[in-house]
Design a protein around this ligand. Structure first.
Ligand SMILES: Nc1ncnc2c1ncn2[C@@H]1O[C@H](COP(=O)(O)OP(=O)(O)OP(=O)(O)O)[C@@H](O)[C@H]1O
Length: 308
């Protein structure tokens, strides 16, 4: 049954272990979620609600069996990712797991190796897996992703310090996608990305994954950025799921005060946007990420692509 899903979380509880002066802390409590092949799910919640903890654990970045570090560990329930039980995962299984699971950490854009070019950074995971990977093919794959993520073509030969923080974040996303993961777990992929392209960046992630029948779990506190791309959202509050389903389904029938607040905020923002869009809507709706022209605020300098 578990194989039907790329991820099955059943009543998962995750704890940070006690260390020196601080006692153990339960960051996620009884989390339940399934993700089907080809499905794009948004994980939404306020700061400190447990989103990154879950992403970290589900992507295999957290504690493996026997480790003594302070990383979070599953202490209740079960979490199956691509057929691997993450609770007490053996170190020997990690390599296989991470072949199928791509992970873009929250601050991935600011942790890129500084003396590598964008082309090298994006292609690097291919060579880390296979030193003999065809260089030409790797270059093409990297260029295709860089283009898809709306980065200027000229950025391929640039180093991270020559890019904006939002552009660096998109390089990190391209790195996360280059191995064609069966499941991409992206933690705040649009952090630092210009507001004018946030939705488009999520679209690209969702579109690329869907087109291969692959899935994504996209962590974000920015519901607007997820709005048009995800199939479902899970809303998490203080470590507990308080809403699960299609965005409108969840927001129109809030079962928890946090979701009710989210709904008010979202619908009032959208009402404002609708008003603005009425003035510049004509070029939109192509669905290929080219809607930037209509989104540029007068006087603003969107983080793309006059210089593509
Ligand atoms: N290393 C740690 N040790 C103990 N508690 C931690 C640790 N890291 C995070 N926490 C706590 O776990 C809870 C969940 O944190 P987490 O980073 O998962 O939240 P989040 O929803 O991703 O927040 P944000 O949107 O700000 O990234 C928070 O209360 C946080 O203080």
């Amino acid at each position: 049954m578990a194989d039907r899903y790329v991820l099955t979380a059943s009543d998962v509880t995750i704890e940070y272990p006690a260390h020196s002066v601080s006692s153990a802390f339960t960051a996620v409590k009884g989390f339940t979620l399934t993700i089907e092949p080809g499905e794009i799910v948004g994980l939404v919640g306020s700061s400190g609600s447990g989103k990154s903890t879950l992403a970290h654990v589900a992507s295999g970045q957290a504690a493996v069996r026997g480790s003594k570090d302070n990383s979070p560990r599953i202490i209740g329930g079960s979490l199956d990712v691509l057929g691997f039980e993450m609770r007490g995962l053996k170190r020997s299984k990690l390599n296989k797991l991470t072949l199928g699971v791509g992970y873009v950490a929250q601050d991935a854009g600011s942790n890129l190796t500084s003396n590598m070019t964008v082309a090298e950074l994006v292609a690097e995971p291919l060579f880390l897996r296979d030193k003999r990977y065809n260089r030409h093919e790797a270059g093409l794959k990297a260029a295709t992703l860089v283009d898809a993520l709306l980065l200027p073509v000229g950025s391929m030969l640039k180093q991270p310090h020559e890019l904006s923080s939002g552009q660096r974040q998109r390089v990190a996303i391209a790195r996360g996608l280059i191995l064609d993961p069966v499941l991409l777990i992206a933690d705040e992929p649009t952090a630092g990305v210009d507001v004018s392209v946030r939705g488009a960046v999520v679209d690209v992630i969702a579109g690329l994954q869907r087109s291969r029948g692959a899935s994504a779990l996209i962590v974000s506190h920015d519901l607007a950025a997820l709005r048009r791309s995800v199939d479902r959202i899970a809303v998490i509050h203080e470590g507990v799921v308080v809403g699960l389903g299609g965005i409108d389904e969840v927001l129109s029938d809030p079962r928890h005060p946090y979701v009710a607040g989210l709904a008010r905020e979202t619908y009032s923002d959208e009402a404002d946007d609708d008003f603005d869009d009425d003035e510049d809507d004509e070029g939109e709706g192509e669905g290929d990420g080219d809607e930037d022209g209509s989104e540029s605020d007068a006087g603003a300098a969107p983080d793309r692509d006059e210089n593509r």
